[in-house]
Design a protein around this ligand. Sequence first.
Ligand code: NI
Length: 185
Amino acid sequence: MILPIYTYGQGVLRKVAEDIDETYPQLPELIENMWETLAKSEGIGLAAPQVGLSIRLVVIDLDVISEDLPEYKGFRRVFINPYIEEYDDTETDLMEEGCLSLPGLHEKVRRPTRIRVTYQDEHFQEHDEWVTGYLARVMQHEFDHLDGKVFTDRLVGLRRQLVKNKLTDIQRGRFSCSYKVKVHH
Ligand code: NI
């Protein structure tokens, strides 16, 4: 089932999401619905708050970009209760990001290139690993959603000022996109 994407202005995008465990109701169906919603909207990552649920659950599909980045061939993973434990601040890079909850908005965001993350997979197996490259960027973007942050919060100075009007437009529903959304009223 395709779920509507909650767009900027919806309160759920500003909440700190809660951990879940195996008893979370209908979790396999929810994960399946998130995969379907992600594919339909042609995104690479989707966090549960973007479908209106304040829980620590993220799906990331990097297989869709594996023509450009072959190391991610077949990479489709579920992250449950993920946390960024450490940022290696010795190196950062600047890369353009977009977000299904911020339709039409694309800005370059500076982020560390290497992070240590802990999470559980869909079988609730524990993971603790250092991650680099494009995956590290996507994880930072998606896991930020679980802490009530969106990528424009990471902009500084003039760029941050310049996106304000665009954010207001999104909040008021003045945008168009090809997927189903739920706008704040
Ligand atoms: Ni996003």
